[in-house]
Write a protein that binds this ligand. Structure first.
Ligand code: NAG
Ligand code: NAG
Ligand code: NAG
Ligand code: NAG
Length: 394
């Protein structure tokens, strides 16, 4: 190689680097404006048949079940001040973003407290307009006094998580009975890092989940507070996320090699909700082992929902620093302002959509996808180092 050739080579690498598409912030839900851009459900839980009434916005604010606290954090909680009569439901909250976020998105949630306790079933998850055709991603979901968070996808048949021992890199434990994402539990991965749920989560200062919704797969990371990577811990409410290289392997990895993301998922809305009992937390095989001794009847509804709300539901609240949505599809300014009650779609980077690669199940974040070039930075660094090293000895 001549000096000129080497320079051209170096410059071409640098131009690739400078062309790397970051995840630009599309929406920061935080502080006094946290609840702007969400719709409140306003009905009883007719979806998972829980014993709650998910209040409309006005009632939720009035009753303090949705509020921004003195620390500037958003709180969503179960009513712990009412004495609920037998036959009635307890008030709670479920909110859904008006925005939908397409493939090529990254969502980060930072919390200091997650609801828990017998009968309590919180979730932070995503969904498309039609279920299960448009897919569902469960990022935070646990019930009763489970020690760890669970992650899952829900889809129509044809999407699964990889078979064990096929090289899928994730730190979580796949539920071997739940590999098929179209079965009712979804394709479940249980968190193995400590303090992802229950008392430990808040005691450790809370933590962060990041979810990459990419043409190459769906990847979910969890960090307890002390382990949150600098690229997230020092991000502001306007910065882009460009460096996923320090994140390490995700807790749950659903590579496109066994689940064609663009086939099974359309743009997703984010949902935060808390229900009680219902068809997961409240069914005997799930409820009984840890909570049957909670009251005199051994029945989820009777022993929890009915009667005074405190102290039973004192821990049944989300306390959230922020939810941030990022996209490779464009800058914040290109996003239309949502009008209350009407959904809008974040423009997706559809032009760069490409078929998933056939490489190993979990390649580093973003790699192999035409859409998300951010992760490539990681691969490029040694090359640049090499190039620079060569250039120096010229
Ligand atoms: C649940 O209730 C809402 C509000 O009444 C209604 O629009 C929706 O169709 C119901 N869903 C189901 C599955 O019953
Ligand atoms: C970002 O945070 C600062 C400081 O908390 C606040 O003043 C500002 O309004 C926030 N900006 C946005 C876009 O949320
Ligand atoms: C994935 O699904 C998309 C949309 O249905 C389709 O265009 C593409 O060919 C599929 N890719 C593979 C590898 O099957
Ligand atoms: C309800 O729970 C909150 C914490 O979530 C607690 O501060 C409050 O004292 C409880 N309310 C009652 C009536 O005990």
């Amino acid at each position: 190689m001549t000096v000129m050739n080497r320079l051209v080579y170096l410059l071409s690498i640098l131009s690739v680097l400078s062309a790397v598409a970051p995840y630009d912030l599309v929406h920061d839900y935080s502080g006094q404006t946290f609840f702007d851009g969400w719709d409140f459900y306003g009905s009883w839980d007719n979806l998972t048949l829980g014993d709650v009434w998910w209040l409309n916005q006005q009632d939720a604010f009035q009753q303090g079940l949705a509020q921004v606290n003195d620390a500037g954090r958003a709180v969503l909680k179960v009513d712990n001040t009412s004495d609920v009569a037998y036959g009635s439901k307890r008030n709670s909250v479920r909110i859904t973003t008006q925005a939908s976020y397409g493939v090529g998105s990254l969502w980060i949630i930072d919390l200091v407290h997650i609801p828990y306790g017998c009968s309590v079933w919180p979730a932070f998850w995503t969904m498309g307009p039609l279920w299960p055709n448009d897919g569902e991603i469960d990022i935070i979901e646990a019930v009763n006094v489970m020690p760890n968070n669970q992650m899952a996808l829900h889809t129509t048949p044809g999407c699964s998580q990889p078979e064990p021992n096929t090289g899928n890199v994730q730190t979580g434990a796949p539920n071997l009975a739940d590999l098929d994402c179209s079965q009712s539990p979804g394709c479940v991965v249980t968190e193995t890092k400590p303090n992802s749920y229950l008392t430990g989560f808040a005691e450790a200062g809370g933590g962060v989940w990041a979810t990459q919704f990419d043409v190459s797969g769906v990847f979910i990371w969890f960090w307890s507070r002390a382990d949150v990577p600098a690229s997230i811990a020092f991000a502001t409410n306007t910065s882009s996320i460009t460096d996923l290289s320090s994140w390490g392997p995700p807790s749950a990895s659903y590579p496109a090699t066994s689940c064609n993301i663009t086939e099974f998922f359309t743009a997703q809305q984010l949902v935060l909700d808390i229900t009680l009992c219902g068809n997961w937390a409240g069914i005997a095989p799930v409820y009984d082992p840890t909570c049957a001794s909670q009251g005199s009847t051994g029945i989820c509804y009777n022993d929890n929902v009915v009667g005074p709300g405190s102290p039973k539901y004192d821990e049944a609240y989300f306390e959230i620093n922020y939810v941030r949505a990022y996209s490779t599809g464009g800058a914040v300014s290109s996003i239309p302002t949502p009008t209350p009650g009407s959904g809008y779609n974040v423009p997706g980077a559809t032009t760069t959509s490409s078929a998933p690669t056939t490489s190993a199940s979990y390649t580093p974040p973003n790699s192999g996808s035409g859409r998300n070039a951010a992760g490539r930075l990681w691969w490029m660094i040694p090359l640049v180092g090499l190039g620079a090293g060569v250039a120096l000895v010229l």
